[in-house]
Write a protein that binds this ligand. Structure first.
Ligand code: 5GP
Length: 219
């Protein structure tokens, strides 16, 4: 069992509806020493990839991405979920269905922060159905950049996101993969992880689309 799996067993709370609460150390209160270990582990797992920039999504991915970025020595860009007067210029947008909030969000990245030819590592806290990731992947593709890695803290392996993303051929690394969890018994079982996992096959729709938009769309 690795350091993150141990922490999940110690402090994670399984809720009804396939939700794991990790707000005491990951996505509300944040344990920075843990994030440092995660950053180091992401660097180890992606050491053979050339990474120019990390892309994440607000809010919970930001802290993890920022600490990881210190190890990769690259900037972090986070996709915003709401239109803002501070978002000026042209943007990429994708529509993403939220697993936890059961609603659709537009996620937005300013075109000036993603460039053609850049090698991108996507980082996020959770992978469930993969909708957030597919939205971010669409934005990277629309920018003409490449997704050279995807690093996830906690993958819920009993939901389809992980297999969809791996089947698309991406280099996806999840530090902890939950095979099953039971709210009534408070039990969590982790998947034994192979060193690396790639494959290629079909593309699955995930309720998002990507579009380029100009300044007028946002104000
Ligand atoms: P997906 O798009 O893969 O279905 O869901 C990923 C997003 O939903 C993550 O960015 C995360 O914020 C949220 N999420 C999904 N499952 C869980 C969960 O079990 N617990 C928490 N805290 N967040 C989750």
């Amino acid at each position: 069992m690795n350091f993150l799996e141990e922490r999940i067993l110690r402090d994670g709370v399984v809720k009804e509806g396939n939700v794991l609460k990790v707000d005491s150390f990951l996505n509300h209160q944040m344990d920075i020493a843990l994030f440092e270990r995660m950053g180091m582990e992401f660097l180890r797992r992606f050491q053979n990839e050339k990474i120019d920039k990390i892309l994440t999504i607000e809010a919970s991915g930001i802290g993890i991405a920022c600490i990881a970025a210190r190890y990769f020595n690259v900037p972090v860009v986070f996709a915003k979920k709401a239109k803002s007067v501070n978002l000026d210029g042209e943007t990429y947008t994708a529509e993403v269905e939220s697993f936890t909030h059961k609603c659709k969000n537009q996620v937005i990245v300013s075109k000036k922060f993603l460039s053609a030819g850049e090698h991108i590592l996507i980082i996020d806290d959770f992978l469930a159905n993969g909708c957030a990731l597919q939205g971010l992947i669409s934005i990277v593709k629309a920018a003409g950049a490449s997704v050279d890695g995807i690093g996830i803290a906690i993958e819920k392996g009993f939901q389809m996101g992980g297999s969809v993303i791996r089947n698309l051929g991406y280099h996806l690394e999840s530090l902890a993969i939950i095979e099953s969890m039971d709210a009534a018994a408070g039990k969590i079982v982790f998947r034994e992880q192979p060193a690396r996992s790639y494959s290629s096959s079909v593309e699955v729709q995930c309720g998002h689309r990507v579009a380029s938009s100009g300044i007028s769309d946002l104000q």
